[in-house]
Design a protein around this ligand. Structure first.
Ligand code: ADP
Length: 754
């Protein structure tokens, strides 16, 4: 039983006299007793220690089991599952009948049952919210501490919970503990046990368990929120991506109808809008262009009112959670309670509707706005293209009606992009898409005279050139320039005007030109000869006429002076008339002779001082000036001219004498003579305030014998200005008049400056 020296200690069970089992510690050894070795045994009652050890073991087990139980809780990330597990594990841990988990609703001030694993009454339990402070659970929440109430104890909380009445059992004990989250009670864990009682240890256990439960709830909540926001983000990212894909389809659509369809389908399929429509404005009315699940059919017109009207007026989106709260909404007209309404610029609105309130959120609006922004881009592109297309069509139809060749080609690839009717008629209907040098010039490579390089460098400036195209046998005047083609590239625009006729005429003319010049020279010579002959004839006639005229003059004079006594009155009167007529004829002959001299006389031109010439003229005309009492102002700085001086004297005499003569009766003439330098010429101007010359006669009067008045009104031969014209022309100058009837005349002569 014992070792040799050392005492042995061990524990065992002993029965006392009452038959009770006792935990004892035996301490045995050998001692010297009266000189002899003797065995000894100490027996120690270790019941208390044993109890404490058991309690320790128990509590260790309890913690272990709580720990194990809660391990499964923490791996769960779904809140519902976590709560269910909390209830089930708590039931198991405390060997209870059932457990309910309540979460606090601070707004409503109630504990809402989330889960109950009661075999029969879970439904009833779940249907009843417990007000804060009511019943055991309500008090646990309120006092923030664990309460247990065994069936044999009096109920200080005097709970009367209607739904739980049905299953109230006289032998039901209740244990309830709060669950904390950030020091706030977020819920209550309530356990029931039948025909059994809870102890403090149970309460402790549950409290420890509750700490783990809280952590699990916290973790699940965070995870769930995280997951929620992550999936929401992913979902919306996904939707945005899908909307972008749709946008690329939208942009390629050419028909308005298709664009509406794509948009409305995207609203349904991507944004999950079951009721939506695109309503476009037409003269202050909306027309439903496309709709999905709506009450208004496509094509329906409705006035610019309500939410849609307001969207256009305020030019902003609306997210309406409840139509009843929006004064401009028209809930009477429809059963819709919430809406999204987005302006499509000034063109219309997009709307999504629901019969439920709070159906749409900001995220829906944001996504719908993305969709509509894609729509707007595509719509405006389409409208611009449509307008451009129209304008282009108009322009092309104008080009088609022009007879000249018009075509457009790519200066890089030489492809013909457009050809008008005139061009197609000449080169063939199929030339569009072909290579220009092949079709228009029948060449295998670009023409060496191609103007592409020139026009590409001249930045839109037109380039003009002429060209003979042997293919169509036509001379063309060509205008080339670079323009922007519809797809944005720089292209060559050419108009070729057919100048074949003109060219032929020019060539023809060129052929005859030399011959013609010769012919003209010949004819001029002939004409000059004839003229000279005529003039010398006129000269000799005039000259020859002077002798007999002098005879007539002499004899009529003799008759008047010498035979005055021998003839009667009548005969004398006739003699006077003969004398007058002879006088006039003399003047006429003088004038004619001066005129002839203008052609025949040799004229030596030199620089002459104009003012001196004028002085000479005025001296010669002195009598007439005095007789008329005329006022003559002469500018003293008139530049010198290249002239034949006596011819210039003659010219200025004729002008000034006319100005003195052609004034209305009783008026004193006022004449102004001045000079103007005009480049290489000097203009001498004789301005009078006489009777003036009607506009249609101002050229005529320079012709010989042209007179505007009868001899009775103003005497004259009608040769004076003809002499002027001839003289000026011979001196290489020009002559003219500016005048208005009744307001005077301004005669001018231009001669090379001296
Ligand atoms: P005439 O001998 O008749 O003056 P001219 O050849 O000098 O011949 O002039 C031709 C006509 O031009 C005149 O008959 C007159 O009608 C008109 N004429 C010439 N000078 C003037 C003038 N200064 N004012 C008005 N009419 C004039």
């Amino acid at each position: 039983m014992a070792g040799k020296d050392a005492p042995e200690i061990y524990e065992t069970l002993l029965l006392n006299k009452e038959g009770e089992k006792l935990d004892v510690e035996l301490n045995a050894g050998i001692v010297q007793y009266e000189g002899k070795p003797a065995d000894f045994v100490f027996i120690r009652d270790i019941r208390e220690r044993k109890k404490a050890e058991d309690a320790l073991r128990d509590s260790k087990r309890t913690y272990e089991s709580i720990y194990e139980t809660t391990l499964s809780l923490t791996v769960e990330d779904n809140m519902n599952k976590v709560i269910k597990q909390i209830a089930d594990q708590a039931t198991l841990l405390l060997d209870a009948s059932d457990c309910a988990v309540y979460l606090a609703d601070t707004e409503k001030k109630v504990l809402t049952p989330i889960y109950s694993n009661h075999k029969n009454y879970s439904k009833e339990i779940l249907s009843y919210d417990i007000p804060f402070g009511k019943g055991i659970s309500g008090n646990v929440f309120k006092n923030k501490e664990t309460i247990f109430l065994n069936y044999d104890e009096e109920d200080p909380y005097s709970v009367h919970i209607p739904d739980t009445d049905q299953h109230e059992d006289a032998h039901e004990s209740v244990l309830s503990t709060p669950m904390f989250y950030n020091n706030n009670v977020i819920g209550v864990l309530t356990l029931n046990i039948y025909r059994s009682k809870f102890e403090d240890a149970d309460a402790k256990k549950l409290e420890i368990f509750a700490r783990y439960a809280e952590l699990a709830i916290k973790r699940a909540d965070t995870l769930e929120k995280l997951k929620e926001s992550r999936t929401a983000l992913e979902e919306s990212e996904n939707k945005v991506k899908k909307l972008h894909d749709v946008a690329s389809n939208m942009i390629n659509v050419t028909r308005e109808k298709d664009l509406y369809k794509i948009t409305i389908e995207a609203a349904k399929n991507i944004l999950d809008f079951s009721v939506c429509s695109i309503d476009m404005l037409d003269r202050f009315e909306f027309i439903v262009k496309a709709t999905m699940g709506g009450v208004q059919k496509e094509g329906t017109r409705y006035p610019m009112e309500g939410v849609a009207g307001e969207t256009i007026l305020q030019n902003r989106s609306f997210l309406i959670k409840d139509m009843d709260n929006v004064d401009f909404a028209e809930p009477k007209r429809s059963s819709y309670r919430s809406a999204i309404s987005i302006p499509i610029e000034e063109h219309g609105v997009f709307q999504a509707l629901s019969e439920e309130t709070n159906y749409f959120d900001e995220k829906d609006l944001e996504l719908a706005e993305i969709l509509i922004s894609h729509f707007i881009v595509a719509y405006e592109k389409m409208i611009t293209e449509k307008n451009l297309h129209e304008e282009r069509k108009q322009l092309l139809s104008i080009f088609d009606s022009i007879d000249e060749i018009i075509y457009v080609s790519d200066p890089k690839t030489y492809e013909i992009l457009y050809a008008n009717k005139a061009c197609r008629n000449l080169f063939g209907n199929n030339i569009i898409g072909q290579i220009c040098y092949e079709k228009l010039q029948q060449k295998d490579e670009p023409c060496d005279f191609c103007t592409n390089k020139i026009i590409l460098q001249s930045e839109g400036e037109p380039y003009l050139w002429e060209f003979y195209n042997p293919i169509i046998d036509k001379h063309l005047m060509i205008v080339d320039r670079i323009i922007k083609w519809t797809d944005g590239r720089d292209v060559r625009f050419e108009i070729a005007i057919d100048i074949t006729e003109r060219k032929r005429a020019e060539e023809e003319l060129e052929k005859y030109k030399d011959h013609l010049e010769e012919l003209v020279k010949e004819r001029t010579e002939e004409l000059n000869e004839v003229n000279r002959e005529l003039e010398s004839f006129a000269y000799s006639i005039s000259h020859d006429l002077r002798a007999p005229l002098r005879g007539i003059e002499g004899f009529s004079q003799a008759l008047l002076e010498d035979c005055k006594e021998d003839v009667n009155e009548e005969a004398l009167e006739y003699a006077i008339r003969i004398s007058d007529a002879a006088n006039r004829m003399n003047i006429l002959i003088q004038d004619l002779l001066s005129y002839s001299r203008m052609t025949t006389n040799e004229m030596k031109l030199r620089s002459v001082p104009t003012n001196d010439i004028i002085d000479r003229v005025l001296i010669e005309l002195n009598n007439m000036i005095e007789e008329k009492d005329a006022e003559i102002i002469v500018e003293t700085t008139i530049p010198e001219v290249i002239a034949h001086s006596s011819t210039l004297v003659q010219i200025l005499t004729n002008f000034i004498s006319n100005s003195l003569k052609y004034v209305s009766a009783n008026k004193t003439p006022k004449i102004r003579i001045r000079g103007e330098s005009q480049g290489e010429y000097v203009r001498i101007i004789i301005e009078d305030d006489g009777i003036g010359i009607p506009a249609d006669k101002q050229e005529e009067i320079f012709e010989i014998f042209e007179r505007l008045h009868g001899r009775e009104t103003y005497s004259g031969t009608g040769i004076g200005l003809a002499i002027v014209k001839k003289g000026v022309e011979r001196m290489g100058g020009r002559v003219g008049v500016e005048s208005e009837l009744g307001k005077g005349s301004k005669f001018w002569v231009e001669l090379p400056s001296g």
